[in-house]
Write a protein that binds this ligand. Sequence first.
Ligand SMILES: [Zn+2]
Length: 251
Amino acid sequence: MEEKLLWGQMTRLELEKVSEEVDTVLLPVGSLEQHGPHLPLDTDSFDAMYILTKAVEKLDPPRPPILPTISYGLSEHHMAFSGTVTLRPETLSSIIFDIGHSVKKHGFNKLFIYNAHGGNTNVLKEAALRLKYDLDIKVFLDSGESMEPAKKELIKSDNDVHAGEYETSTSLANRMELVERGKIKKPKLTFPDSSFEFDSKPAFFYTWSTDELTDTGVIGDPTKAAESKGKELWERGIKLLVERIKMVEGL
Ligand SMILES: [Zn+2]
């Protein structure tokens, strides 16, 4: 039988065996939030599990197990658009801490988080530090950094951070049947000042809500999306993620 990749599908005894052979556990983190008129609400959660599964399939056994996805994230800034369900920062932080506590108990000392939603990043870093200092767990966080080099090269739209050229392309490549292609349109973006644009260097932070920036919930240009681009983005991102997981397990 094929070796199982998912923590949830293993028996207790199978998991015990894995814990004797590997030191790393993989955790996909996503969100449930509006992705414009054309992409599914669970895009980030689906993508986090997708990239981790594809990466782990390329590893030689013994392979780090993949925990079930945390399907909710910090999406308060999307709440003006329907379908969004958000956690409070302290809830997400507590979930991460509790998962770390549990996996450590069962013999895993490293937690590798793949986070597909930018809004989660700061809280995940804070939770990572707590796990390190309180429980001596090493936490590694990839908030899309593995996808970044290919994204920089292939995605040309300005401020393309949400349901735009990048995310529509990756969705066309992994879940074409759920992309409402007829509803794809370029949004009208409004920033209070050019220094707040995501692409400006430096980009100043402020507490924006999506509905203040865009008329459709999209930030970026989904009309430039293509399945071929998405395929290349995934392929290159998965390759980098494989190297990172190997590196972490080898530490
Ligand atoms: Zn997304």
